[in-house]
Ligand binder design. Sequence first.
Ligand SMILES: O=C(CO)COP(=O)(O)O
Length: 241
Amino acid sequence: MKLIAGNWKMNKTPSQTREYITKFLELVRDVKNTEILLCPPFTSLCVAGEMLKDSHIKLGAQNCHYEEKGAFTGEISLSMLKELGVSYVIVGHSERRWLFGETDEMINKKVIACLEKGLRPILCVGEKIEDRNAGMTLKVVESQLKLGLSGLEDLAGKIDIAYEPIWAIGTGTPATPEDAQFVHRFIKEFLGDVRVLYGGSVSPKNAKDFLSMPDVDGLLVGTASLDPESFAQIVKASEGE
Ligand SMILES: O=C(CO)COP(=O)(O)O
C-alpha cells in the first residue's frame, strides 16, 4: 500500500492541531487503499494521538533520541513516543542533518533504536544541489544508506526510505517524476524490497505524476500537508494508483 506522510516540521500548536485533525478526519473518511501518516511536532503528539486513536490515520514523530532515558536535556525517547500512539519516526531529515549537525552515525543509532522498539523508521536521504551538479547524486544516496543502515539486514517491511533532494525541499521546484524514479530504482536495487517515498515540493498538482511512477511508493509532504484540504487532495491522488 502506498504511504502518504505529512511532515508538519515546526508548525501548529496543540489547538491548531485539534482544528486540523477535526477537518482532516472528515476529508479522508472514505480513503481505504492508502496508508496515511501525520507527523506533527512533539508538543502536538498527545492531542493528535488521542484524536487518531480509533482512526485509520497513523501518527509519526519527526525525530527521536536513541537512548532509552537519562541525562539528555531536551531530547525525547522512543518509549515516550510509543506511549502517545506513535508508530513511525522520521529519521535523518535533511533539516536535522544540515541545520542541527546530525551525523550518519547518530542516524544509524536512531534507526536501530526504532527497530528494537518496534517503531518504523522513515530514513531520509538526498543530495545537495552541488552534489547533483557534480553528478554525485547516487554516490551521496548510497553513502547515506550504507552508513545510516550499517549493521542492519532484512529490512523489508520494517523500514521506509524517503528520497528528498535538498534542492527540492520547500523551494517550489520539485524533482521531475523521472528523476525521482531513477533514484528510487537505485535505492531498491541497493536495499531490496523497501518502500521509497518521494519528498520535495509535492503539491496537489504534481502528486499524481510522482505516484504514477513504478517505484514511487508514497510521498513525504511538507508545506502542502499544513492545510487539511490540500493534504487530503494528495492522499486522494494516491487512492487510484
Ligand atoms: O522536507 C519535506 C518533507 O519532509 C518536504 O518539504 P516541502 O514539501 O515543503 O518541500
